[in-house]
Design a protein around this ligand. Structure first.
Ligand SMILES: [Zn+2]
Length: 462
């Protein structure tokens, strides 16, 4: 079916139909042609698995997933009668979990051991999408460092016309004057007045971004933060246009002020202080999502010594060429060990861990996100599995961590069709050799990755 749409799309494009009416009529005709013709459905059965459906419900043992085209049509006991024309894949004894959704990632910037806007291209974005998918991350929200081509890529990707993880994008993020991450994209907006902030959002809204991204941080005291009147105007205008806002932040006070101003997503951990009831209550009242990105704070100091995963082929396969050599070099380790802010970075990480547990216990919806792809050390694919491990270290159960890896669907308002593995949902999942409830690191024992009901990866050769 997807192929058919693809053909129609290509026909429309190659015919260069510019006249809106002709195009609309042709599309109507083609749509009705699709609905009246009887395309044979592909039925597949994934047999004999323990299903972790991502809703938080107990795993279902020894079941079969019946998939019609790209959607789950039933979950049956393994010994149930299955459709005669189904293609059966016997995964007896294996575990199935939902493909992960990364609620905070970056695309197109990494190539070799650097992150730069000059690496940004159609091909490089595509390469990153395929890498995410290979590691079982089938949807990614890129928060604010994209360039113009992302919007057409996003449209194609969301229609199933591009390989790899599905793109969601905030397009061009908004930051304070000359504040990071202007080094990562020439398109980042820097409104300095309320009027220009409103103008920027109105302009951005024309591209229908999936989110608006703002940075509210002094980056360790190196720059002046975006002022409250600017982000208040951004949030208000975004909401007027039906868009929601995710904020990069660091400080508890900014979190409170942003939640007050109506921010929809906190896209990093609060790392200066422990969260208090005032913030928790405000977040609950306004249904604010929380993305802890614990892995970035871990990466800030962990390579001063060799972490346990340093020689893990799963980790090494996710790195861009040259990064592993740098991370393991004496020069780099020395640099980190001599870093005068190392103690502060470690303490920020510990604070982030405590805050995640507290917010999760309070019932705030936690969304997995990693900020992978923004720096070579924040490697795409591995970071998402490390994030699960760190969530469990912070005190979440493996089930809560896996649910967080599907909560991006709620945040993106696509949870009626994707995220969890229930009837009528997209068949996007990971088949695992080991049980992640015994050890969350078993999410790395990938046998295969499936997206839209098709096997797209045989995992990472170890
Ligand atoms: Zn980011």
């Amino acid at each position: 079916m997807i192929l058919f749409y693809h053909l129609i799309f290509r026909t429309l494009i190659s015919a260069k139909i510019n006249h809106m009416k002709t195009s609309a009529c042709l599309f109507c005709f083609l749509s009705s042609a699709i609905s009246i013709s009887s395309f044979p459905q592909t039925i597949q059965v994934i047999k004999g698995v323990t299903l972790i459906d991502g809703t938080g419900k107990d795993p279902q043992q020894n079941v079969s997933l019946v998939i019609k085209d790209d959607v789950i049509s039933a979950v049956l006991p393994s010994n149930a009668t299955i459709p005669a024309d189904a293609t059966i894949t016997d995964y007896s004894g294996k575990f199935v979990m939902p493909a992960m959704i990364n609620g905070h990632g970056h695309l197109g910037l990494l190539k070799g051991d650097n992150a730069s806007p000059s690496n940004y291209s159609y091909q490089n974005v595509l390469r990153h999408l395929e890498k995410y998918e290979q590691f079982g991350v089938c949807r990614v929200l890129c928060l604010g460092t994209d360039q113009q081509i992302i919007f057409s890529m996003r449209d194609s990707s969301q229609k199933g016309l591009l390989p790899g993880a599905t793109i969601y994008t905030a397009g061009y993020g908004l930051t304070a004057n000359n504040a990071p991450p202007t080094n990562l994209s020439h398109s980042i907006l820097q409104p300095q007045t309320v009027e220009s902030a409103i103008k920027d959002i109105d302009h951005l809204a024309m591209f229908k971004p999936d989110f608006i991204k703002i940075w509210v941080d002094d980056f360790g005291g190196t720059v002046k933060k975006m002022q409250p009147e600017i982000y208040t105007a951004i949030i208000k205008e975004a909401h007027k246009k039906g868009l929601r806002v995710a904020a990069h932040l660091y400080y508890l006070d900014d979190a409170k002020s942003l939640v007050n101003a109506g921010v929809d997503v906190i896209a990093h951990s609060i790392r200066d202080k422990d969260v208090d009831d005032e913030l928790i209550n405000a977040m609950k009242q306004k249904n604010v999502y929380y993305i802890p990105t614990l892995s970035i704070d871990d990466y800030n100091f962990i390579y001063a010594d060799d972490p346990e995963w340093i020689n893990d082929p799963f980790f090494k396969a996710s790195l861009e060429p040259g990064v592993w050599e740098r991370l393991t070099s004496d020069k780099f380790k020395q640099q980190l060990q001599n870093d005068t802010t190392l103690a502060k970075k470690k303490s920020a990480f510990e604070t982030a861990m405590r805050n995640l547990k507290k917010l999760s216990d309070a019932g705030i919806v936690i969304v997995l996100g990693t900020d992978s792809g923004a720096q070579p050390v924040r490697t795409q694919g591995f970071s998402e599995h490390l994030e699960l491990q760190l969530m469990v270290q912070a005190g979440l159960t493996p089930m809560q961590a896996i649910v967080a890896a599907t909560n991006g669907a709620k945040m993106l308002h696509i949870d009626k069709k994707a995220g969890t593995l229930q009837k009528r949902m997209k068949a996007d999942f990971i088949v695992l050799n080991g049980n992640p409830f015994d050890d969350i690191k078993q999410t790395r024992s990938i046998v295969s990755v499936w997206k839209d009901g098709k096997k797209v990866s045989d995992g990472i050769s170890q």
